[in-house]
Design a protein around this ligand. Structure first.
Ligand code: ADP
Ligand code: MG
Length: 628
């Protein structure tokens, strides 16, 4: 039995290990299983190239909990190590690796979420164990070795009588880390980090119900069988070639990833590159809701099938963090800070590759089955619109497939839309005016009025739509977007038929004055308009610009900071041809006129959903009094 001293320059590294990685104790298991996997894959390689004639067989990695003995075992059937190799790889290489790692990252220890992402390797076992044993037998014909270290710089290295090839790591778990002796906890960790590792991982056994034979009597009880509890799927879909997978395989992999998710994904994108960087993965488009934040952090990042994190910020462009799925790349540096990541050239390339793939996929979906794409549009538009807003490259590509639905459920690309409306929807400056509604119920009367004039009205209801329209107006020539209830609509409507007012100039002036006396100036601009006598007597419109700025403020971004709060401003359009308006004009008593104006204004506000709270209560009370 040899004893020795690990070569250290940092006085005692073990307390450091415990301290620095405190919050990420659990990663020790991932590290040990990674090593066991590496050792097994090395053996596979050696047998594949004929370097050795040992049989590879069907190796598994086994994890065992010995609650009474307070031990955790990780056992593999890989290459194993000779005594010399233990000396070299564990005492020298692994140690200096761990030492270097800690040296490098001790200052960023606070950022432990990042520190935990690989690097410490074998020695992370000492985060949870006060004593670690290695019993290992090499695939070479040499005696087995037994290494013991009790969390100090001393170790012993002797012989062992292990007969089978491979390595067993035994952790004597610390008192304060006894959670790692709980089967549930270990099961949870194995599922979290190792669910898709390439070598089968066994953890205990489980009961499996056998299917009943077809001719079984009705009251027959299904038999159960005890089988190995295999944690992982060693060949997850993303490691296969797209040609070898069918739609149903992608769907079942989605369920494997998100067992609690009952809704099916809308479609998938298989990522697969090996130059100039290595990346595989599958992204899924789920049904999106309007809330962008709750859907983030569903994409999982793997490195060679080992789970790393579900925070892919910086790697995947922000608008795509709403997607789900898996990305696996050995080329993403993991133990560095996020800000470094964003500046990293390789990572930038990865991010733009992903953007391009997503755009290409969307385009091919659109080209291959437009009807289906239209049906899915409302469930995916938030991602696409957000992407158009935030990534110029994507904005360009999206011109080919971004859709603009009308209130009548037609779907146009922007190019098609321009063709449809260019005949009659222009303003006096020759700009194409695109009318849109954001809420079909609230803007119902405005939509109807526009439709009656033969205009197409789009239905654009995403929370970020104002930002996008603003951007589109900037990029496209001679296009303006106008919401159906905005004041700009007048420019369009007035153009085609100049209506004649029944009122004289004098009467008009008086009418305007009467209204302005009653209606708060800071909120409403009174405008007289000659419309049909059966159109509404009063109409509230909002200045398009103001409203849009306000919406943009609410949804953030867009360089709107520091603009302060926008005041609420409306136009009150008075239809001078309506009989009620004539009545108001001709009312002699001031009190009665005021009441008529106020009540009509409330009605107009009600139809715009602007009457709320106490004002609404009073209005209803007043109305009841009137019918009484
Ligand atoms: P890394 O895995 O990055 O090389 P580790 O500290 O995890 O660093 O492991 C150090 C070395 O110890 C490995 O490179 C390997 O040579 C050896 N080793 C660790 N675990 C095993 C194992 N289960 N079987 C064979 N060799 C192992
Ligand atoms: Mg390792």
């Amino acid at each position: 039995m040899a004893t020795g001293k690990i070569n250290v320059s940092v006085e005692n590294i073990f307390p450091l290990i415990k301290k620095f990685l405190y919050s990420d104790h659990e990663i020790f298991l991932r590290e040990l299983i990674s090593n066991a996997t590496d050792a097994t894959l090395k053996l596979k390689h050696l047998t594949d190239i004929g370097e050795t004639d040992v049989k590879y067989g069907n190796p598994v990695i086994e994890v065992k909990v010995d609650k009474e003995g307070k031990k955790l075992h990780v056992i593999d059937q890989g290459v194993g190590m000779t005594k010399e190799e233990v000396e070299k790889y564990i005492n020298e290489v692994a140690f200096s690796g761990a030492e270097e790692f800690l040296e490098k990252y001790k200052d960023s220890a606070k950022d432990s979420g990042i520190i935990g992402h690989f690097g410490l390797g074998f020695y992370s076992a000492f985060m949870v164990a006060n004593k670690v044993e290695i019993i290992t037998k090499s695939y070479k014909d040499e005696p087995a070795a037994h290494w013991v270290c009790e969390g100090t710089t001393e170790f012993t290295l002797g012989d062992a009588d292990k007969k089978e090839r491979g390595t067993e790591i035994i952790l004597h778990i610390n008192e304060e880390d006894e959670e790692f002796l709980e089967e549930n906890r270990i099961q949870e960790l194995l599922v979290k980090y190792n669910k898709f590792m390439p070598i089968p991982i066994k953890f205990g056994t489980k009961e499996e119900t056998l299917p009943l034979p077809e001719d079984a009597p009705e009251d027959a009880e299904a038999e159960t069988k005890t089988v190995d509890n295999i944690i992982n799927n060693p060949e997850p879909a993303w490691t296969k070639q797209p040609n070898d997978l069918e739609d149903k395989d992608y769907k079942s992999f989605y369920r494997e990833l998100y067992p609690m998710q009952f809704e099916e994904p809308l479609f998938h994108i298989h990522l697969n590159v090996d130059y100039p960087f290595n990346l595989t993965g599958i992204l899924y488009f789920p049904k999106m809701t309007q809330d962008m934040n709750i859907q983030k952090d569903k994409i999982q990042l793997y490195q060679n099938q080992v789970y790393v994190t579900d925070n892919v910020e910086g790697i995947v462009p922000e608008f795509l963090t709403m997607l789900r799925g898996v990305i696996d790349s050995p080329d993403i540096p993991l133990n560095v800070s996020r800000s470094y990541l964003q500046a990293d050239g390789a990572v930038k390339k990865i991010s733009s590759y992903i953007t391009r793939k997503v755009a290409d996929k969307l385009k091919s979906l659109f080209n291959n089955n437009r009807e289906d794409f239209e049906q899915k549009w409302n469930d995916i538009k938030i991602v696409i619109e957000y992407g158009m807003l935030s990534e110029d490259k994507f904005y360009e590509k999206a011109q080919k497939f971004a859709l603009y639905p009308t209130v009548e459920n037609e779907y146009f690309t922007f190019e098609e839309l321009q063709e449809k409306i260019k005949v009659n929807q222009t303003d006096k400056d020759g700009n194409l005016v695109v009318l849109y509604a954001s809420n079909q119920d609230e803007q119902h009367s405005y939509i109807e009025a526009a439709k009656a004039k033969g205009y197409k009205v789009l239905l654009l209801d995403s929370p970020i739509i104002s930002h996008l329209l603003q951007k589109m107006e900037g990029e496209k020539e001679k296009i303006t977007f106008v919401r159906v209830d905005s004041d700009q609509v007048d420019n369009l409507i007035k153009k085609d038929e100049e209506k004649i007012s029944k009122l004289s100039e004098e009467e008009k002036e008086k009418l305007k004055g009467d209204f302005e006396k009653v209606i708060p100036k800071e909120k409403y601009t009174v405008q007289l308009e000659a419309m049909d006598s059966d159109a509404a007597p009063l109409l509230i419109t909002q200045p398009e610009f103001m409203r849009r700025m306000k919406e943009m403020q609410q949804t953030g971004g867009g360089g709107m900071f520091g603009m302060g709060n926008m005041p609420e401003m409306y136009n009150l359009v008075v239809n001078t041809n309506h009989p009620l308006i004539s009545d108001i004009l001709n009312t002699k008593t001031e009190k009665k006129q005021e009441r008529l104006i106020k009540h009509s204004l409330d009605l107009a506000r009600l139809s715009q959903n602007l009457l709320k709270g106490e004002e609404l209560t009073n209005f209803v009370k007043r109305s009841f009094d009137m019918v009484k």
